[in-house]
Design a protein. Sequence first.
Length: 317
Amino acid sequence: MPDGWLVGQGTGMSMIATGPPGGHFADATVKLLQDGTYDIAVGTAEFGNGTTTVHKQITAGALSATVDRIAIRQSDTDVVRHDTGAFGSAGTVVAGKAVMKAADALAVQLLDFAARYLGAAAPGECRLTADAVECAGRVVSLKELFQAARASGHELSADGHWGGSPRSVAFNAQWFRLAVDPATGEIRILRSVHAADAGKVINPMPCRGQVEGGVAQALGATLFENVRLDERGQVTTAVFRRYRLPQYADVPRTEVHFMETSNAIGPLGAKSMSESPFNPVAPAFANALRDATGIRFTELPLTRDRVWLALHEAGKG
């Protein structure tokens, strides 16, 4: 760094619990289709959070299938019972748990029906494959199983429900190393590291994207975003020309590390994530700034003028 710049480092940690206790629930239905593939109906919404892929992965694991053999319908009360919605980091640990319960129940149905259809002694002699059920050396395709069930007046379909309680908790820790120019108040982030305890990470790539996005969003609140009101209480920063948002160049690369943990409540050991990476960023940044300057900042955003003024008043500018 140039001579005279102040360098510091700091960390912050946060904990998040998914949704309100008992106030977040989901229902799902998984059924076998005529062509031997599967259909998921779930109430939660996909808006870029990756739940569609996760729900397919959960179902594929329970039914020994592949994700390309699974269709999904969502956000439609014509096909599934009411769902409280995609908020509170509930897409995997609430809706996903409902999907898992439905898929597990359907797997039991398929094995039971196949055992009876093939005359096997017990469902334990049967196992699911991607497109069939094998029972003691005999094989029946899922297409044939569907037709046999329909002929006997049965639908191979199962429901799953999860009420969001008990809740598990996830943890996030953020660390910054930054430099401050006391002559101007400019702050440069030298390194950004985030550690997340998301339990068993079912789909690492979008989960990593959630962490990186959460850090970027939090840096916007930490460094730039500021809603200003005039003397009448009217918002004066109502357009983006006056409301500063971070640009791509403003956001540093963040190293993301997932902890190897597992949770007995969430599906397959998963915990929530989603918005939780946002929470420790501002505290970690403020701690690093205090380490560099010796000044405890208690108000956001940490704009250049605010930092310079504090350093000047402390005789450090």
